[in-house]
Design a protein around this ligand. Structure first.
Ligand SMILES: *Cc1c(COP(=O)(O)O)cnc(C)c1O
Length: 455
């Protein structure tokens, strides 16, 4: 066995052990950053070490400081775990080490990206000729789509943004709902568009179409982008797309939808109604590393008009080998990058249409079991309409909710974080992991009951 093979076998053994321990492992990390720094050793080694020894040290030293994100009882943020086919494919992606910039140089990557893109558009119910860019996550997918939107509305106003930049041109107005994710704001900042105009939302965080129409009417007719949302981070709610998009169209706006986790509702016949009308937008950002459960990092930027995306993201280099049909790099900000579409292809090939629908249905079923279970706890109230994968609950006063959260994390059965919603401290549960079972939900509810009983 050579050094590389020994290192890979070491990594394989550690990975299998980590995954096998997940069902019984305590979910929160047990060690602090300082503990892990000490265990890894802070000093730069003067001499080389055998790769297998390095992998062994990494795995052994880091283990206590790992949070069991892939556990079926991790309900933080909106992040999923990793489907088996996606994880295995991701190992191959690293071994293959394809630089996925150019179609001609990695035909295999270009083929996988092409197939995965077609399948994604089909599952998400989006226009079939849209361009799909594989980004690092939804933040960059929002950035990518909004860049295409910004440049398109400026071109409509007679500008050439690629040549002229933003200075001296008309201001691009961006209108968002109050409940949008902060990733949208940061994308706008990267794009030089500044802070957006904010439209009030209803109690579940859905943009109010009447208020959107009024805000747009006060705009003076310049270039405008409207950002809508599929899946609000606290309630899971979806904007009323039909009405909101009609209002945006009347203002000749570019319409973008941030559907980082929620856009996947479209893949389930039982939940597709939540995204009704959403396909009439111009661009959509979503993640594959959330609801679809592929490993980090993988987001998806979908733009209805491929030429708009290429105009903003495409590049030219004399040393590159560029294809007349366009290259994967024409659709994303990065040039060199890993083969993310191989992983997406693998999970879609593994699940098939019915498997993706079952995944979405299962996450929603677990969320609704959480809502029922928590509502039965003394003093607890579920604050949102649980129509997708998110549950927000209060345990009475803010201080009691905080105590329940602290006791729950100390207990270690599950990982659930707090948040502030409508001015109240809440327990925020996001069911996003493919591997969560009924038993995980039952064990977690028991742990929440225990935490609440003493708080
Ligand atoms: C997670 C999330 C984002 C940001 O996505 P990343 O993949 O973390 O960059 C944006 N919008 C919404 C609604 C999200 O849930």
């Amino acid at each position: 066995m050579d050094a590389r093979e020994r290192a890979l076998r070491q990594a394989y053994d550690h990975a299998l052990r980590w995954l096998a321990d997940l069902p019984d492992r305590q979910v929160p990390a047990r060690a602090s950053v300082d503990d892990i720094v000490r265990a890894l050793g802070a000093d730069l080694p003067e001499a080389p070490s055998a790769p297998a020894d390095v992998v062994d040290l990494l795995a052994t030293a880091c283990e206590p400081g790992l949070t069991a994100f892939p556990s079926g009882r991790f309900y933080g943020f909106v992040v999923g775990g990793t489907e088996p086919a996606a994880l295995a494919a991701d190992w191959l992606v690293s071994a293959w080490d394809q630089n996925c910039v150019m179609r001609t140089v990695s035909p295999a990557y270009a083929a996988a990206e092409e197939i995965a893109s077609t399948w994604l558009l089909d599952l998400l119910g989006l226009p079939r000729d849209s361009a799909v860019g594989f980004t690092t996550g939804a933040t960059m997918a929002n950035f990518t789509c909004l860049a295409a939107g910004r440049d398109t509305v400026l071109r409509r106003a007679g500008r050439d943004p690629a040549r002229d930049g933003l200075a001296g041109g008309p201001a691009v107005r961006v209108v968002v709902g109050e409940g949008r994710h902060t990733a949208v704001d940061v994308a706008l900042r990267y794009l030089g568009l500044g802070a957006p105009d904010i439209v009030p939302a209803d109690d579940q965080g859905r943009i109010r179409p009447d208020a959107l129409r009024r805000t747009l009417a006060g705009g003076g007719g310049g270039p405008v982008i409207v950002v809508l949302q599929a899946g609000e981070i606290h309630s899971g709610a979806f904007d009323p797309f039909d009405e909101a998009i009609r209002a945006a169209r009347d203002a000749v706006a570019w319409v973008h939808v941030d559907g980082a986790f929620g856009l996947w509702a479209a893949a389930s016949p039982a939940y597709a109604r939540l995204t009704a009308g959403c396909a009439a937008a111009d661009s959509w950002a979503t993640d594959a590393h959330k609801t679809l459960n592929v490993p980090y990092d993988c987001g998806l930027a979908v733009v209805r008009e491929p030429s708009a995306l290429r105009a903003s993201m495409g590049l030219h280099g004399d040393y590159l080998i560029q294809h007349e049909h366009g290259d994967p790099s024409d659709k994303v900000p990065e040039l060199s990058r890993r083969g993310r579409a191989f992983t997406v292809w693998a999970v879609l090939r593994s699940l098939g249409r019915s498997g993706v629908a079952d995944l979405v249905d299962r996450l929603c079923r677990h969320a609704s079991a959480f809502a029922t279970g928590i509502a039965a706890i003394d003093g607890a109230t579920v604050l949102n309409d649980v129509e997708f994968t998110q549950v927000c609950a209060s345990f009475g006063s803010d201080s009691r909710t905080e105590r329940v959260l602290t006791r729950l994390l100390d207990d270690g059965t599950a990982w659930i974080s707090g948040s502030t919603w409508h001015g109240r401290r809440v327990m925020r549960i996001s069911v996003s992991n493919w591997s969560t079972t009924d038993d995980d939900v039952a064990r977690t509810l028991t742990a929440i009951q225990r935490a609440a009983a003493g708080a």
